[in-house]
Design a protein around this ligand. Structure first.
Ligand code: 5CA
Length: 478
């Protein structure tokens, strides 16, 4: 990529929307200039972040799932089988009508999600209870003709990094346990990105088309809006009945299976970059960072000795598995600091002639800016221990920021005010009408009922004043 001619500066993160757009370009994450609305191009640097992030979710899934790959094109007759599902996607699905100049005899859908591609095959694969549970996932591109405002990493028409898992179980309860397991996996996945997320059960009008219920995890973006960064759906036996997915149980009876599906997209990267970034650019958790350490030689005399010391440190860190580079370009140190801070490199090591004399090096943390001189003899341990410290510090900081922006509210006016900054926790009687009225009056919708919160109080619905023991998250959303 052409180096930035002059050092483009980011707007303040206070102006999140502008910061976000400029960050994607200046830090070389995604190039938004591709001539198809809702389709964007990964820069190699952004793609290496994506690879590190998706290696984490693969590692978590591979413990008891198998990765696979299904076709992109779905024949109309299969896509149109499950009524609820169609209703949910008919406005979003792209169709292929021709092969070259030949009209196709069967229209083909570009998968918006892959239930109707996978389940006809599950019908062939699932025969006996011994085949269950079946737990597969794939990481593919999917296509949704989004009519709302498209946004890189957040709302795409071509979702480039759609991780979708599809599981088959013998009973409704086993599928329900799998949904809970999926949410636990997502919470762990986001913990590894140092991102706190809020799990909640979506209201019935917001569940996945064709599902019995949906549990989602949401993150809070710097502008006070929440982002749905993962969902898990209990599909009951709805799709099994539609696609005839049955198994022979131990009594020899044919029984419809129960299923789940759960998905994450590149929104996980949107929240990673947005939550930890600052006015100088990205701040990356060490496990994700394509470059974890950059070594800057401070050369104004004894260049040989300084560069030798830098190479020795690089070799020692590489031997310990650290992703490290030396920036020995002829730029002045300040512009080097700018570049690597923009790319979110967690640690910078500065080595100059004075450091050599003291057999030490200067270690600078990207997340706090803290600089400390450390002995060259223990540089490897100093670096590795700081990776742990940075990971914990980023998660603690993001968790504190989230908790400060969840507000107990009892009136509509409270909600209206508080959702400008974050998430309102609001009593709800459970009636859809009250939920929709609240959305209309407060300008923010019900996210869902927290699944990790024990309620022991009684409250009054702010719309109808009915007594209730249930409270819901309410927020402005992407
Ligand atoms: N247009 C989009 N751009 C980016 N991410 C999206 C988009 N639409 C949905 N997502 C993300 O993809 C996740 C899964 O999508 S979904 O519709 O909720 N669920 C499914 O499609 C199910 N088949 C589980 S994979 C959502 O939670 C959301 O985080």
């Amino acid at each position: 990529m052409a180096e930035q001619e002059k050092e483009a500066t980011l707007p303040s993160k206070e102006n999140f929307s502008e910061w976000y757009n400029d960050m994607l370009q200046i830090a070389e994450i995604m190039d938004v200039r591709y001539p198809v609305k809702g389709s964007y191009v990964w820069y190699p640097f952004g793609f290496s972040i994506r690879r590190n992030v998706y290696d984490i979710i693969r590692g978590l899934l591979d413990k008891d799932h198998q990765e696979t790959l299904f076709p992109l094109l779905i024949p109309e007759n299969e896509f149109m089988k499950e009524a609820e599902h169609i209703k949910g996607f008919e406005e979003e699905v792209y169709w292929v009508l021709n092969g070259g100049t030949t009209p196709l005899d069967v229209k083909l859908a570009l998968r918006p999600t892959s239930e109707t591609a996978i389940y006809p095959m599950y019908r062939l694969w699932v025969r006996s209870h011994a085949d269950l549970p079946l737990k597969l996932y794939q990481i593919v591109n999917t296509f949704r003709y989004e009519t709302k405002h498209t946004r890189p990493l957040i709302r795409l028409r071509e979702i480039t990094s759609f991780k979708e898992a599809h599981t088959v179980h013998a009973t409704w309860d086993e599928a329900a346990s799998q949904v809970d397991e999926a949410i636990r996996l997502y919470i762990e996945f986001y913990r590894r990105l140092a991102i706190p997320v809020l799990p909640s059960k979506r209201p019935s009008w917001d569940k996945f088309p064709g599902a019995d219920y949906t549990i989602a995890v949401d993150s809070l973006m710097p502008d006070g809006k929440t982002l749905q960064v993962g969902t898990a759906h209990h599909l009951g036996d709805n799709f099994a009945k539609t696609f005839d997915i049955k198994y022979e149980d131990i009594d020899g009876e044919q029984v419809y299976a129960h299923q789940t599906c759960y998905g994450v997209s590149e929104r996980c990267i949107a929240t990673l970059l947005s939550t930890h970034g600052d006015d100088k650019g990205l701040v990356l958790p060490p496990e994700i960072a394509p470059t974890q350490v950059v070594i800057i030689p401070i050369i104004f005399k004894e260049p040989e000795a300084v560069l030798n010391a830098c190479n020795d440190v690089k070799a020692e860190l590489e031997a310990a598995g650290v992703r490290v580079t030396i920036d020995d370009s002829d730029k002045r140190p300040g512009s080097k600091y700018y570049k690597w801070e923009m790319k979110g490199v967690p640690l910078r090591i500065e080595i100059g002639p004075r450091d050599l004399k003291n057999e030490a090096a200067m270690l600078a943390r990207r997340d706090t800016g803290e600089k400390e001189q450390v002995p060259l003899a223990s540089i490897k341990d100093e670096v590795l221990s700081r990776f742990e410290i940075i990971q914990v510090a980023l998660l603690e900081k993001a968790t504190a920021e989230l908790n400060e922006r969840i507000f107990d509210c009892s009136t509509v006016d409270d909600v209206k005010e508080r959702v400008q900054d974050g998430i309102a926790l609001v009593p709800w009687c459970g009636e859809e009408k009250c939920g929709l009225d609240l959305d209309e009056q407060a300008g923010a919708g019900i996210l869902g009922i927290p699944t990790d919160m024990d309620e022991d109080g009684t409250y009054k619905c702010p719309i109808c004043s009915k007594e209730t023991r249930t409270r819901v998250y309410v927020a402005r959303t992407y």
